[in-house]
Design a protein around this ligand. Structure first.
Ligand SMILES: [Zn+2]
Length: 224
């Protein structure tokens, strides 16, 4: 959802359920940087696998919904997470766009449900899980929960921002302008909130998103 990414010789390409997937080397780099603080190299590896799996499931949610509407999507995982891209057809509608945007976070929540269900089954059957598996479950839980919730915030170009814009467009012709204003307000609010908790990286991310929306809004004004 953060624009197109240039191809590199280190891209990994494969196909999942008929949907082409490209993984940029920067995806692994950022995943390792995020997990580096865990210290134990085996935990860092599990973290990277959990991040890959979680973001892939999220993007597969978008892509499968797009395919259900007859589009031909592809997925790219990159330094800012990932995106599922498709060319909207003639019969595209705001409702279809909303369904495709929501399918990503809810695919992640589905995965979260499977992780919880598996943990409950293991506990109910008194099956002891290893240190590695416990941590892997914990990584999947945190990544899917936070990635899903953050993505649902009404800040463009996050999924929630797209849903917010599409819902506003159902009622107002200037829906996109209002979605940008909301993005700026919520983006600044989230940046301040994350700073209060000393979480610098998400604070910077939301500050940048607010700034991008401010620029996009000014650009629109200039062109009126
Ligand atoms: Zn998404």
């Amino acid at each position: 959802m953060f624009g197109q990414v240039q191809p590199t010789p280190w891209d990994i390409d494969f196909s999942l359920l008929g949907i082409p997937v490209k993984v940029s080397p920067f995806f692994w780099l950022i995943a390792i940087i995020f997990g580096w603080g865990l210290g134990d190299p085996s935990l860092v590896v599990l973290w990277v696998i959990a991040m890959f799996f979680s973001i892939l499931v999220h993007e597969m949610g978008h892509a499968l919904m797009a395919r259900a509407f007859g589009y031909d999507p592809h997925i790219v995982l990159h330094h800012m997470g990932g995106y599922a891209s498709y060319v909207p057809g003639y019969h595209h509608s705001l409702w279809k766009s909303i369904a495709i945007s929501l399918a990503g976070p809810f695919a992640g929540f589905g995965l979260l449900g499977i992780v919880f269900g598996t943990e409950l089954l293991l506990v109910a059957n008194n099956i002891d899980t290893s240190y590695g598996l416990n941590n892997f479950f914990w990584f999947l839980t945190t990544i899917n929960l936070y990635w899903g919730i953050i993505n649902l915030l009404p800040v463009l170009p996050l999924d929630g921002g797209q849903v917010c814009r599409d819902v506003l467009l159902l009622f107002r012709r200037d829906g996109e302008v209002w979605a940008m204003r909301i993005s700026i307000a919520v983006g600044i609010g989230m940046a301040v909130l994350f700073l209060q908790f000393g979480m610098r990286y998400p604070a910077i991310l939301f500050g940048l998103l607010a700034f991008n929306n401010l620029q996009a809004l000014n650009h629109r004004r200039d062109n009126w």
